[in-house]
Design a protein around this ligand. Structure first.
Ligand code: S3P
Length: 749
């Protein structure tokens, strides 16, 4: 039992709910109430919220000692009077805590009452409440899954701190620790300011002399926005005065922004208004997602990411895939459309944009740097370009989640800006190598700091004069090539990048499409600084890397016949078609055309038996993201498949060689990893290639989707753990897979 006796001083919503919750949890022997009015005492006893009640703490003080807790939940400005009473009558072994929304003023109150801070006092604040007040509103579930902020000081006794922590945990609340000043600033912004605004708005409308009946016409917007203005007036009066300085800081900032909005409305400044509204919508949508615990979320503090939502796939064995499928837009092109659109002059319109977490991370980064971006709305995005030198310093580190492309390409662009920036990412991205971009950028004169062993975060110093370089890439990487070319736009002279093998050339094609000339000469791409980008229209083709899962699905599951429409088949991306064809797959390309500078086709693929091959090394960079799925195809082929020259796979979202080998072995396939590839013994026409079992995706989207399609040739259910990141590249995967014929259940913890 966490507590012996609990004394609630002030039996309103906050105190009454704690009493009710502790009783319900059986976490306290007895609850005693203290209230100013007899009627409250009587109500609290009658409602069963407390066991007995008194009009002053003095009446119970004598029976309290170690293991007992006094919880003060009176209006903030009354706390001092209560603490003075405590000082006079309470034993120093009794734990005292409170629930006031302002902690600085309680600290001062305690000093006034005790002279110095007593070790028995633990300041706390439950971030829960409702517009209802009074003991009749007491709710035993009020604190379940809510946060409690505790603001201990040097003087706070360990035992007392532990007791208060246990008390809150026993009612299923989550306890966070924070310094007093930080608490008061954060709460001023997120709670006190909205309350001040809501009260002021309702009061303004209520006193609108011109329209007395105004509330009659008020609908949902008014109701949602002003619900909190019906909270306890004394409590909020006290909070505003008690947290004066922090509240004023927030109010001033808000007032300035409101004034700026007023003048934008007056002068018809659409761009300013769109900027505010689109940024705010994005931020609010992000908050809604956080509340719903969807996908991953941005870091909370200290660059640490919040817990990823655990999503598990359970895929039933067997079946086939059929139909016409349009997979979402190409990820590489979506990233680049935002980057180049933002740096262009004029408004760029994008169709078919991939609304996956990775491309959205890039979009958010540019919003953070002041670019107005409308959408995405069903794949449509409008980017109000600011020109090559129009980006503004972001308010904090740019968090790009799981996206290596965002981090590496942005590093190049940011090296050319006048302001400092920091790029951070999630757990997987934080393990990936960044020196491959930091090194050439340093050669260009950029000042870049990385974390340990060249991992993120990447800190980039602004205002450095960059010089053009002639760079021979040590690895075949489109991200490195793109990074150097993008930095080259800001460098003095002609930047040249030579690649050891052809890699995707979307950056070159798109720069040309935006009117910034990039010349190609064999393996070398070059551009000259001093140019500019002109806004463009972009139609993003469907992503061949996402289409791959359905291509392989059809290739391995007898009876399948799938057509993937409008897929980008850029020759630097078509390795998967070449490799599958070499394995004997039945693939036809129809309706070939060019859309916005990229070749596109409808890809039809029908089941045909596959054979193992030695994958030609020149195909590796052209199919770099497709290997997890191709390993599944190889497992279903007759004979051995050997992959070499693919060490890059070890530094993707996961070590894709090891993680796939582990999973395949678990499912009964002989798959031997080598330093730069894998050797897979295919099972050919055997009905069941994969046994059932549980495999780990290690948060890698492509691993999760590859094992999903493997189940088509499975003998029992395959369970795939940690699939939340499928949303980074293919947010509609589950719907499309199910629609095509895969039996898949999604479980979320
Ligand atoms: C990408 C390049 C490739 C690829 C990634 C996207 C790009 O990475 O794996 O998914 O958009 O430039 P590398 O450059 O590391 O090969």
């Amino acid at each position: 039992m966490a507590i012996n006796k609990l004394v609630i001083v002030g039996i309103g919503l906050i105190g009454g709910s704690l009493a009710a919750a502790l009783k319900k949890a059986g976490a306290c022997r007895e609850v005693i109430g203290v209230a100013r009015r007899q009627v409250t005492c009587d109500d609290a006893v009658k409602l069963g919220v407390v066991d007995r009640a008194y009009l002053s703490i003095g009446e119970v003080a004598a029976e309290l000692g170690e293991g007992d807790v006094v919880f003060i939940s009176v209006p903030t400005l009354t706390v001092e009077a209560i603490l003075k009473q405590c000082q006079q009558c309470l034993d120093s072994a009794v734990t005292i805590t409170d629930g006031a929304s302002v902690k600085g003023s309680v600290l001062t109150a305690a000093k006034n009452a005790y002279g110095e801070l007593p070790s028995q006092l633990v300041l706390g604040h439950p971030i829960a409440g409702s517009e209802k007040s009074g003991v009749t509103a007491a709710n035993p579930d009020l604190y379940r899954d809510h946060r409690i902020i505790i603001t201990p000081t040097e003087e706070t006794g360990r035992d007392h701190l532990q007791r208060v922590t246990q008390m809150w945990e026993s009612v299923d609340a989550e306890v966070l620790v924070m310094p007093v000043a930080e608490h008061d600033d954060v709460l001023a912004a997120t709670s006190h300011l909205p309350h001040a605004i809501a009260y002021s708005l309702v009061d303004t409308l209520a006193h609108d002399a011109e329209n007395e009946n105004i509330f009659r016409y008020a609908a949902g917007g008014f109701r949602d926005f002003t619900r909190i203005a019906s909270s306890d007036p004394t409590m909020w009066h006290d909070i505003m005065l008690a947290n004066r300085d922090s509240v004023l800081k927030s109010l001033d900032l808000f007032t300035d922004n409101l004034t700026r909005m007023r003048s934008a409305i007056e002068s018809g400044d659409s761009e300013y208004l769109l900027g505010v509204f689109t940024r705010a919508k994005a931020a609010r949508d992000h908050f809604t997602k956080m509340l719903a615990k969807q996908a991953y979320t941005a870091p909370v503090q200290d660059g640490k990411t919040m817990q990823e939502n655990e999503i598990t796939y359970r895929v039933s064995p067997g079946g086939q895939v059929n139909g016409q499928i349009r997979v979402p837009g190409d990820k590489s092109i979506s990233h680049r459309s935002i980057m180049l659109g933002s740096l262009a002059e004029g408004v760029t319109e994008v169709e078919g944009f991939l609304e996956g977490e990775d491309a959205l991370a890039t979009l958010q980064a540019f919003r953070d740097m002041g670019v107005v971006i409308e959408g995405p709305d069903q794949g449509q995005v409008r980017i109000h370009g600011v020109g090559l030198n129009g980006l503004q310093a972001p308010p904090g580190p740019l968090y790009v989640g799981n996206s290596g492309t965002s981090m590496r390409l942005l590093a190049g662009l940011l090296a050319g800006q006048s302001f400092d920036t920091e790029l951070t990412g999630d757990e997987s991205l934080s393990k990936r190598p960044m020196n491959r971009v930091a090194n050439p950028l340093r050669e260009m004169g950029a000042e870049i700091e990385t974390g340990e062993n060249g991992r993120p975060p990447v800190k980039i110093k602004g205002g450095q004069a960059l010089k053009a370089i002639d760079y021979d890439m040590p690895m075949a990487s489109a991200q490195v090539k793109s990074c150097v070319l993008l930095a080259g736009m800001y460098a003095d002279g002609v930047t040249k990048v030579t690649e050891p093998a052809p890699t995707r050339d979307h950056t070159e094609r798109m720069l040309n499409g935006f009117g910034y000339e990039v010349k190609r000469e064999g393996a070398m791409a070059e551009l000259t600084s001093g140019g500019s980008l002109k806004a463009s229209k972009i139609e993003v083709p469907a992503d061949i890397s996402s289409a791959t899962f359905f291509m392989v699905a059809a290739a391995i599951a007898p009876g399948s016949d799938v057509t993937l429409t409008h897929v980008g088949i850029n020759p630097t991306r078509d390795g998967v078609i070449n490799i599958l064809r070499a394995m004997g797959a039945d693939i036809t390309l129809d309706n070939q055309r060019e859309v916005g500078g990229e070749p596109v086709a409808d890809i039809r693929i029908r089941y045909a038996s596959l054979k193992g091959i030695e994958i030609p090394e020149d195909q590796v960079p052209l199919a770099i993201d497709e290997f997890p799925a191709l390993f599944v195809a190889a497992s279903c082929a007759e004979g051995e498949t050997v992959l070499t020259g693919a060490e890059e796979l070890r530094v993707k979202e996961s070590d894709r060689i090891q993680v796939m080998a582990d999973g395949l072995q678990k499912l009964g396939v002989k798959a031997e990893p080598t330093p730069d590839g894998i050797v897979i013994q295919g099972k050919g026409s055997e009905a069941g290639v994969f046994g059932g079992g549980e495999v780990e995706s290690h948060g890698d989207h492509r691993i999760a989707m590859s094992f999903t399609i493997a189940a088509l040739r499975g003998t029992a259910e395959i369970k795939i753990n940690n699939c939340a990141n499928v949303a980074t590249s293919f947010p509609t995967f589950v719907d499309l897979a199910t629609g095509a014929g895969i039996t898949l259940k999604v479980e979320s913890a």
